[in-house]
Design a protein around this ligand. Structure first.
Ligand code: IMP
Ligand code: MG
Length: 179
């Protein structure tokens, strides 16, 4: 079923990049009193697990879930974002790092930044494994970036198409005729 998918980023390439992101984050947060990684479900769960295990700086892990009316899997591309599940912990005074799988149009992270800034964290930054600059509709500051990719639909390493392919260990391009 997946044998004919074109691999864009293999396991070793992803692993090396995640390790280097973790080293940079460790350095930047060396003086933190309370760091909270906020993983955006579901897509970020594998990236967050690998990144968090590479960090040596003390941190908590929390999750938030959103759904986008602009998902290209659906017909509606309004860009409106809906909160499905909030974080469990108070983020006031914490150094919060949003951990995303991919920034596409930018609407999801724009929404999350506004939502979380209203909780008065000590700092708020964004870490995304992937970015598709060709699709930008809302500019978001990206503090930590894994890879810039072209405007193709990607699956694997947490990313899905209609809930399929999420647990592929690498990132592949899903051709339009397989969507
Ligand atoms: P944005 O709000 O347009 O930036 O979209 C962000 C969300 O859309 C991501 O968190 C993903 O869940 C989903 N998404 C965008 N592009 C892709 C892709 O190529 N593969 C899988 N999911 C994607
Ligand atoms: Mg996502």
């Amino acid at each position: 079923m997946t044998a004919d998918l074109h691999c864009l980023l293999d396991e070793a390439t992803i692993g090396d990049r995640v390790a280097s992101l973790a080293a940079t984050i460790d350095r930047d947060y060396a003086a933190t009193d309370l760091m909270v990684l906020v993983g955006v479900l579901k897509g970020s769960f594998i990236f967050l697990a690998d990144l968090a295990r590479r960090l040596t700086v003390p941190h908590r892990v929390d999750f938030i879930a959103v759904s986008s009316y602009g998902d290209r899997e659906s017909e509606d591309a309004s860009g409106a974002v809906r909160l499905l599940m909030d974080v469990r912990h108070d983020l006031g005074g914490a150094d919060v790092l949003i951990v995303e799988d991919i920034i596409d149009t930018g609407h999801t992270v724009t929404y999350l930044r506004e939502l979380l800034l209203a909780r008065h964290p000590a700092s708020l930054k964004v870490c995304t494994l992937l970015h598709k600059p060709a699709r930008t509709e809302a500019d978001v500051p990206i503090d930590y970036l894994g890879f810039t990719i072209p405007d193709v639909w990607v699956v694997g390493y947490g990313l899905d198409f209609a809930e399929r392919y999420r647990t592929l260990p690498y990132i592949a391009e899903l051709p339009p005729d397989q969507r």
